[in-house]
Design a protein around this ligand. Structure first.
Ligand code: DAH
Length: 343
């Protein structure tokens, strides 16, 4: 029996040494250790049937042999994997003398982002902070906190997208949804702008898109008046359209301001003479604004007896269209590279 074991060992070690790659080594391993008919498995099984005395004699040698073969396989496997690695490195080596690829094309900002960033810088220089907020908004912040209860007709012009099974959630229809949020978060005195994306369920055409951008602003402190409001709107208008630009305010109803105004600027295309873009009026409607309604201040946790403030909002998308002479609002979100590459 001992001779048989020694013979097995000799043949096995020889086969391991000769294995050319890891697959060949795996075959050898199977040949000896396979549970079904492995040479060593069979040998160990046959030892079980020997008498106790014989087992003693043979057992130790058999176990040592098995361990030795196992060890030889592990070592050979290590040696072969080192070789594999070295071979793959040789294949993958980097050729430092290869010519450089031409520069990949770099992206750039979308025109809406360009105008937004530019205005953020301008308002920052006047001491405004810049705030952001959720586009999926509660009915409360988008409507009811702004004096627009469930049955208010002002909701008709601001139909939007709703979320199934969540009747109190809306895609915000204006950045005014951040008015009460920012009052609650930052308190008074407050000077903040809130640019961002808004949504409305529109039958889209050249002037209406379901997704568009607005920029909202709030100033709240003791003794803030409409004169401050006009001053800020004028500063913005002159910044956008040049130092000669004038602003006029005409009454307009918005539920969350009292009084509310419609802010118009002299048309920068015809300098007020009248043209197609300003519909021959010489004025372009840019802002909605007004003195913040007392009940809105209260919702924001601010004492209306002590503080006043003004709010304004304008369509960033509209400003971008005017600035670049874009005639169809829908092109801005179209993803059309022929359009976007012009900026
Ligand atoms: N949220 C209004 C809209 O989308 C615009 C607006 C009007 C904002 C008056 C204001 C405001 O802050 O005071 O039509």
């Amino acid at each position: 029996m001992n001779d048989k074991i020694l013979k097995i060992k000799q043949v096995a070690l020889e086969a391991i040494r000769e294995a050319k790659d890891r697959e060949a080594l795996r075959d050898v391993e199977n040949e000896y250790f396979s549970r079904k008919a492995g040479v060593l498995t069979e040998m160990m099984k046959s030892i079980k049937d020997l008498s106790v005395e014989e087992k003693k004699k043979v057992g130790q040698l058999a176990n040592e042999t098995k361990q030795e073969i196992e060890k030889a396989i592990v070592e050979k496997n290590y040696e072969l994997s080192e070789e594999d690695w070295a071979n793959s490195l040789a294949v993958e080596k980097i050729d430092l003398t290869a010519p450089v690829l031409p520069h990949a094309e770099r992206g750039h900002l979308h025109p809406v982002s360009i105008v937004q960033k530019e205005l953020e810088e301008f308002f920052s220089s006047m001491g405004f902070i810049i705030a952001d907020g959720p586009e999926l908004e509660s009915d409360y912040f988008n409507f009811s906190s702004l004096n627009i209860p469930a049955d208010h007709p002002a909701r008709d012009s601001q139909d939007t997208f709703y979320i199934k099974n969540h009747p109190d959630w809306v895609m915000r229809t204006h950045t005014s949804s951040l008015q009460v949020r920012s009052m609650q978060k930052y308190g008074v005195p407050l000077r903040v702008i809130m640019p961002g994306k808004c949504y409305r369920n529109e039958a889209t055409d050249a002037r209406h898109e379901h997704t568009f951008y607005q920029l909202e602003g709030l100033v709240i402190n003791e003794a803030i008046t409409m004169a401050h409001m006009k001053g800020v709107l004028e500063a913005v208008a002159k910044h956008l359209y040049g130092p000669e630009t004038q602003v006029r305010l005409r009454p307009k109803f918005y539920p969350f301001v009292e009084p509310g105004v419609n802010g118009e600027v002299t048309c920068f295309l015809c300098d007020g003479a009248g043209c197609k873009v300003c519909k021959n009026t010489g004025w372009m409607e840019i802002f909605g604004a007004g003195m913040i309604h007392q009940s809105v201040l209260k919702e924001g946790g601010i004492d209306p007896e002590k503080y006043q403030g003004f709010a304004f909002g304008f369509g960033l998308t509209r400003l971008v269209m005017l600035k670049y002479g874009i005639e169809d609002a829908r092109i801005l979100q179209s993803g059309d590279l022929r359009f976007i590459k012009q900026f």
